[in-house]
Design a protein around this ligand. Structure first.
Ligand code: HEC
Length: 128
């Protein structure tokens, strides 16, 4: 291969990688990794299909905060006018008390990539 061919192969590869990167949505979480994070970090208080210390998470993505009928929420979360989506869940997991002062979930996820993966998992189990 002469040097011109090498250069154009390299240019082609670079363009291809840039295209792949552009096709990835921003902050796309990895739901598979999110599942194991959920199991290690959230299971102590939550499950997908039953209320525990915290409310069940079935269908949480797209639902209004504080809306599981038979779970005993804090007045603060029950009264919060929030719908759970990527943005609100990201803010909740990074600092629940900052998003909803007076809430009662004493847990935060420090790492942004972990939050994105957990949110992708919650979205996947909510079926949307
Ligand atoms: C120490 C126990 C505990 C841990 C650990 C915990 N939570 Fe919670 N979570 C709660 C409690 C309690 C509430 C209810 C808060 C309220 O009523 O103010 C809650 C509420 C929530 C809500 C609001 C649900 C709704 O129906 O509005 C979401 C979403 C949530 N937690 C996600 C998570 C995720 C994801 C994790 C793991 C990264 C996690 N929580 C870890 C205790 C916990």
């Amino acid at each position: 291969m002469n040097s011109t061919a090498k250069a154009s192969t390299a240019a082609c590869l670079t363009a291809g990688l840039a295209l792949l990167a552009a096709l990835q949505p921003a902050h796309a979480g990895d739901a598979q990794r999110g599942k194991s994070l959920y199991e290690s970090r959230c299971f102590a208080c939550h499950s997908i299909d039953a209320n525990r210390i915290g409310p069940l998470h079935q269908g949480v993505f797209g639902r209004r905060a504080g809306a599981v009928a038979d779970y005993d929420y804090s007045p603060a979360l029950r009264g919060a006018r929030i719908v759970w989506d990527e943005t609100t869940l990201e803010r909740w997991l990074s600092d629940p008390e900052k998003l909803v002062p007076g809430q009662k979930m004493g847990y935060r996820v420090e790492v942004a990539a972990d939050r994105a993966d957990i949110v992708a998992y919650l979205k996947a189990v909510s079926g949307n």
